[in-house]
Design a protein around this ligand. Structure first.
Ligand SMILES: [Zn+2]
Ligand SMILES: [Zn+2]
Length: 326
């Protein structure tokens, strides 16, 4: 049985797709690249497309945070950003065999970008379904009810056909959901936001979005350090460049370099960076990736010259639809 993690939405703050002008500019680049790589006719298009990384062709996606974790018959969902609409479509298509649920949705916090998709999660409207919500925030029930409220949404919470059950979590106390053990740890965000360490079959996933990463050292992290320790995969907030991070202190988002520092020290094997800025087009995220590589190489080289061997970290910037197996 494998532990898989699928990213249905990786953007931050607001769903944001390229404008028609930006798409036109992008397509022009893709076409120019086709010819500059020596391809000449339409029979070579598939080969060309297969030679490119998916985000270079299709971008990083427009939907906001929603992550699905599966292990055997166990499933949990983290956050209900606009990405949950596509997950809902997949569920309703029946191809994943889970139309009836129950569904388990863990909420990090309640900023718009993490709740905006919830009314579009169709299982809410199916009689006989059970939907469980989990969060540390004691106002969980009131906050979810508020999402299904006129005039913001036409169907009030009281009219939902599914049975909705709320579970207020204790900070740093594990809870079992099917095969998964989920433990909430606090992140660094202006409104309280809780990351989750999810474990199954000896593998671990650390969900660290949204966070500014203002506490970096082990002493500063204190009781929240176990979120990161030896994680097989960390999903980390990298909305900003390092200079932007300095300008946007207390905005609650971080930079990839901060995540790498934690990953090196805590022996994290793989890192995916996300919460891409709504204004960040493909070129911008690729530039963040370039800067991150520069940083990663410099740190590794510095360690080598000190006769230290840093553990290699597999890292990248996440794109919508990415699925990884731990
Ligand atoms: Zn966010
Ligand atoms: Zn937030």
């Amino acid at each position: 049985m494998s532990f898989s993690v699928k990213f249905w939405g990786v953007r931050g703050s607001l769903p944001s797709a390229p404008s028609p002008t930006a798409w036109t500019y992008h397509i022009e680049g893709v076409l120019r690249n086709f010819f500059s790589m020596g391809y000449r006719d339409s029979s070579q298009v598939t080969k060309y497309i297969q030679s490119l990384e998916e985000p270079i062709l299709g971008g990083y996606g427009s939907a906001t945070t929603c992550v699905e974790l599966n292990h055997g018959n166990s499933q949990i969902i983290i956050d209900g950003g606009s990405g949950i609409r596509s997950l809902s479509e997949r569920i309703m298509s029946g191809t994943a065999g889970r139309v009836k649920g129950p569904f388990h949705i863990f909420m990090t916090h309640f900023h718009w970008d993490h709740v905006i998709g919830l009314p579009f999660f169709t299982p809410h409207f199916i009689p006989g379904n059970e939907i469980h919500y989990y969060a540390v925030q004691p106002e969980l029930e009131q906050l979810i009810r508020g999402v299904f409220k006129k005039p913001y949404f036409p169907v009030p919470f009281e009219s939902l056909k599914a049975k909705v059950i709320f579970h207020v979590l204790e900070p740093r106390k594990p809870i079992k959901v099917g095969d998964f053990t989920v433990t909430p740890y606090q992140l660094d965000h202006p409104d309280p936001c809780w990351g989750f360490r999810v474990e199954a079959a000896g593998k671990s996933y650390a969900h660290c979005v949204d966070t500014e990463g203002t506490r970096v050292t082990q002493e500063e992290l204190g009781p929240d350090l176990p979120l990161y320790k030896n994680a097989d995969l960390m999903y980390f907030d990298a909305q900003y460049t390092l200079p932007e991070l300095a300008e946007k202190a207390n905005w609650g988002h971080s930079a990839a370099q901060v995540g790498l520092e934690i990953a090196f020290r805590e022996n994290i094997k793989r890192v995916l960076f996300a919460h891409h800025d709504p204004g960040a087009r493909t070129d911008h995220v690729l530039e963040l990736r370039r800067q991150t590589k520069e940083y990663y190489d410099a740190v590794s080289k510095a360690a080598e010259s000190n006769q230290e061997k840093l553990p290699p970290i597999q890292w990248d910037f996440a794109h919508e639809g990415l699925e990884v197996t731990l």
